[in-house]
Design a protein. Sequence first.
Length: 314
Amino acid sequence: MNENSELFVGIDISKDTLDMGIQPAGQTIPLPHNEPGITEATRRLLKAQPRLVVLEATGGLKTALAAALISAGVPVAVVKPRQVRDYAKATGQLAKTDRIDALVLADFARAIRPEVRPMKDTLTRELDEQVTRRRQLVEMRVQEYLRLGRASKVQQKSLHSHIAWLDKRIEDIDTDLRKRLRASPIWCAKDDLLRSIPGVDALTSTTLLAKLPELGTLDRKGLAALAGLAPLANDSGKKRGKRIIWGGRAEVRCALYMPTVTAIRCNPVIHTFAERLKAAGKPAKVVIVACMRKLLSIMNAMLKSNAPWNPKIA
């Protein structure tokens, strides 16, 4: 089959509709975003046998459709909306409608060929959703504490009541997360391995298992890039710009930050590594990011080899 005969499909997902864009035909097919619509989309794609289907990572909207397509054996790649928008601008496509977006996604699939990644299993998706909900509740609690500092006596009673409610909900989610992890022998073993590392607590382990299921399956460079911890070059001619980190999974970096700060103090491997970087004159932020990358590499190696923490070989 030559490239011109291959089909590439982009599906723009909104609350009520699924717009399927097909390239190189330039055709769009609108379908309702409900169970019958997802079933019809799956039927059409199984019949068409496209080379690749691309969806945007639009929160929870994509989950049901992606799960149905992957279960049916359709090759699906989920990409970040910013990547697609940048591609559209680069090709001069500035207008934006659901139909146009679907065709841009299909063009993106044909030109970029993003990697097809396996769908998270049910437990991983549930962990991911609970970790996300916990973060949302913590952010609400922070906002309420900030309001409390400048609230009148009339408002303080309501704020204290809401903060207590948020505390209870966060505690409930923590309990649920622990039960889910400990109920699965595989996840329980991974959790035990990660928590054996000095500086890594239960929340860090749970967040990484939920938000970075590739942990233990990739090489260290690929994993660092996925987490947004790989330094990006900024050179041009004789100019050598500062290396920066950008992109990747922000929640993974956030989850690694405080454990890394702790590990620099109490983890002998990370402490020695940090001291060597400091002695070389590296700035504090560079030291922390490098240590985050080092800690992530250790976690990856431990899960890959199913070996417990050992400072002599870390």
